[in-house]
Write a protein that binds this ligand. Structure first.
Ligand code: CTP
Ligand code: MG
Length: 228
C-alpha cells in the first residue's frame, strides 16, 4: 500500500492572536508549516503530501514551496472545522487513493515533526488492522472540576495519553468514519466512534502543537537544538 499525508492547514489561529494564521508565521526564516511539509516530503515512506488550505488562501501563493519537490500538492478545499478540512482532503483525493492505502493526517501546526516520528508510526502500524496515532503519556496530575470550579475528582493518569499527529489509518476506513462522525477533534475519535480501537504509538514531547505564542518559542528552541 502507498502512504499519503494529509496536512490540514485551513485554520485561522485565533488562540495565537497574530495578524495572520499561525501556519504562516515565520519560524527560523521559513513559514511555520514549511517545516512539517519538508519533513513529510523527505520521508521515503510517504508517496504524496496533500496540504488542505482555505478556499482562496492568498498567503500560500506568497511563498516559495519549490524546495519541497513534486510530492507536495496543495488543495484549496478547507472547511469550517479541522475534521471538515481533513474530510474535504480525503474526498479530493478519492481518484488517487485505493482502499488499502494509508493516510497520515498531520497538523500544519506541529512543525517539529521529525523523521523518526514518521518511521516509528509507519513501522509499528504496518500490519495493524485499525491504525493508530502518535501520543505521549500524560505527565501532570489531572483534576476534574464540578460546576463551581471545585475539584470533583482526581483522574488517575496512569492510562491517559495526549494525542498528537500524525494519525494513520486506511483511506476507506478513515473516510467512512469521518463521514459519519460529528464534532470530533481528531481522526482517532472518529475511528473510535465507529467502535474500533486505534493503537497508541509512543512519540515524544518535542512534537508539540503550536497553539499559543509561548509554543512558537519552544518550537524554535527544539528545531535549533535538534541533532541532525
Ligand atoms: N485546521 C483546518 N481547518 C479548520 C481548522 C483547523 O485545517 N477549519 C487545521 C489548522 O490549520 C491546524 C490544525 O487543523 O493545522 C489544528 O488546529 P488548531 O491548532 O486548532 O489550529 P487553528 O484552528 O488554526 O487555531 P485556533 O483553534 O486557535 O483558531
Ligand atoms: Mg482550532
Amino acid at each position: 500500500p502507498r502512504h499519503f499525508a494529509i496536512v490540514p492547514a485551513a485554520g485561522s489561529g485565533t488562540r495565537m492572536g497574530a495578524d495572520k494564521p499561525k501556519q504562516y508565521l515565520p519560524l527560523l526564516g521559513r513559514p511555520l508549516i514549511h517545516h512539517a511539509l519538508a519533513t513529510l516530503c523527505a520521508a521515503p515512506d510517504i508517496d504524496r503530501v496533500y496540504v488542505v488550505l482555505s478556499v482562496g488562501d492568498a498567503e500560500w501563493m506568497r511563498h516559495d514551496w519549490s524546495a519541497l519537490g513534486p510530492k507536495l500538492v496543495p488543495l484549496f478545499c478547507g472547511g469550517p472545522s479541522r475534521a471538515d478540512s481533513v474530510l474535504a482532503g480525503l474526498r479530493a483525493i478519492s481518484g488517487e487513493a485505493a482502499q488499502s492505502d494509508w493516510v497520515l493526517v498531520h497538523d500544519a501546526a506541529r512543525p517539529c515533526l521529525a523523521p523518526w516520528h514518521i518511521d516509528k508510526l509507519v513501522r509499528e502500524l504496518a500490519h495493524d488492522e485499525v491504525g493508530g496515532l502518535l501520543a505521549v503519556p500524560v505527565a501532570d496530575t489531572l483534576k476534574q472540576a464540578d460546576g463551581h470550579r471545585r475539584v470533583a475528582a482526581t483522574v488517575p493518569r496512569d492510562r491517559l495519553w495526549q494525542a498528537q499527529t500524525p494519525q494513520m489509518f486506511r483511506y476507506v476506513m478513515l473516510r467512512r468514519a469521518l463521514e459519519s462522525a460529528h464534532g470530533v477533534t481528531d481522526e482517532a475519535s472518529a475511528i473510535e466512534a465507529a467502535g474500533l480501537h486505534p493503537r497508541l504509538i509512543e512519540g515524544d514531547a518535542t512534537n508539540l502543537k503550536v497553539t499559543f505564542p509561548l509554543d512558537l518559542h519552544l518550537a524554535e528552541w527544539i528545531l535549533q537544538n535538534r541533532e541532525r
